[in-house]
Design a protein around this ligand. Structure first.
Ligand code: 13P
Ligand code: SF4
Length: 359
């Protein structure tokens, strides 16, 4: 048991002010909903009031207040994915976005400490782009079914069986897999990345459905893998068509990790940032967001007049990140994300090639 585990064990009995002192931080408030906390967090509540009942705010507010103070004291920046819950997305994050935006921002942040509110591959990508900075994730068990579908050894076998075929790897993978990759992609740039390669046959792994959706838009032959997103694979074309039948004015917007049959019935498909921009730019009166539940909640306030219908599947990995765990991360500087130096340089190159292609 190391010092952090000991501290963690004591956490339940120890007021936050005492823990903060032990870890060399200035005095931090206890987690009480004092009049000062209520006053200082009132503008933040305005942003989430449609999603958090007033009776629950006294539970959230002390954490938000403490996180925002501690973040400044530590000189940390919080990066949050679009699937984080509204109180994280709107009340403690400094930078929000899709995987590509977060990777880009991670490469240019000033702070020495990055707290990644998202899943592990996102934190690993931040570490790859910031090898000398401290990257922390509030729960290192926050995985991803796509990332877990393939290993570096799998990619080596694919390459040995298909010499000369370039490998485009979705960022939703481990550093081990990225290290075997020619170039990474995200859902917002996958087509452009595939088209940028001179070869006529390209591996697009590990998301089978993303690859099938890309294959429909390019003349190149796309080889893929049997990885799936456990959140997006649950949507079916039939269920979406039933919504459309009930109200033909509804616009269906889906993430390209969905099966091509689902994307076929969508009016628009794109990355999480692409979906947000589509809604903001087009303001359809009624929208069905075919993606993770928190997305609609996070953008509702910015798209007044748009009615969101939420067929809604939760990503259990994204939902591992909570306010108490973020506070824990900042107090105890855990859990630190590291990448094996033996693979870091090759993995970084694959991410940098992707980031640079868009510049
Ligand atoms: P985006 O790059 O569209 O944000 O997707 C990340 C992800 O994990 C979607 O499930
Ligand atoms: Fe992975 Fe799917 Fe969760 Fe995104 S939504 S992190 S792809 S499991």
């Amino acid at each position: 048991m190391n010092v952090f585990d000991t501290a963690r064990k004591n956490w339940a009995e120890e007021p936050i002010s005492a823990a903060a002192e032990r870890f060399g931080l200035k005095d931090m408030p206890d987690l009480d909903y004092t009049p000062a906390v209520a006053r200082e967090t009132a503008p933040l509540y305005e942003r989430v009031k449609d999603h958090i009942p007033a009776i629950e705010w006294p539970v959230f507010a002390p954490y938000i207040h403490a996180i925002n103070r501690l973040k400044k004291e530590r000189g940390a920046v919080i990066l949050a994915h679009n699937y984080q819950t509204p109180e994280i997305f709107h009340c403690v994050s400094d930078i929000v976005g899709d995987s590509l935006q977060l990777a880009r921002e991670a490469g240019s942040v000033d702070a020495e400490i990055i707290v990644q509110c998202g899943v592990h591959f996102m934190a690993e990508t931040s570490k790859l782009l910031n090898p000398h900075k401290t990257v922390l994730i509030p729960d290192s068990r926050a995985g991803c079914s796509l990332s877990e579908s393939i290993t570096g050894a799998d990619v080596r076998r694919l390459k040995a069986a298909n010499p000369g075929v370039p490998v485009v790897t979705y960022v939703n993978t481990s550093a081990d897999v990225k290290a075997e990759t020619d170039i990474c992609c995200t859902s917002s740039n996958a087509l452009a990345i595939v088209e940028s390669l001179k070869e006529d046959t390209v591996f697009c792994i590990p998301d089978e459905y993303l690859a099938m959706n890309i294959a429909k838009q390019t003349s190149k032959k796309i080889l893929t893998w049997k990885g799936h997103c456990e959140v997006h694979e649950r949507f079916t074309a039939e269920e979406l068509l039933a919504y459309k039948e009930a109200d033909p004015s509804i616009q269906i917007i889906g993430h390209p990790e969905c099966h091509p049959d689902v994307i076929d019935v969508c009016d628009y498909s794109g990355s999480t940032a692409g979906m947000i921009n589509y809604v903001k730019d087009n303001r359809p009166p009624k929208v069905l967001l075919v993606t993770e539940c928190s997305m609609a909640s996070n953008i509702e306030a910015e798209a007044p007049g748009v009615e969101f219908v939420k067929p809604c599947n939760l990503c259990p990995h994204m939902k591992r990140i909570t306010l108490p765990k973020i506070l824990d991360t900042l107090v105890f500087m855990r859990e630190e994300v590291t990448v094996d130096p033996a693979i870091a340089d090759r993995a970084r190159l694959a991410v940098e090639r992707m980031v640079n292609l868009g510049k």
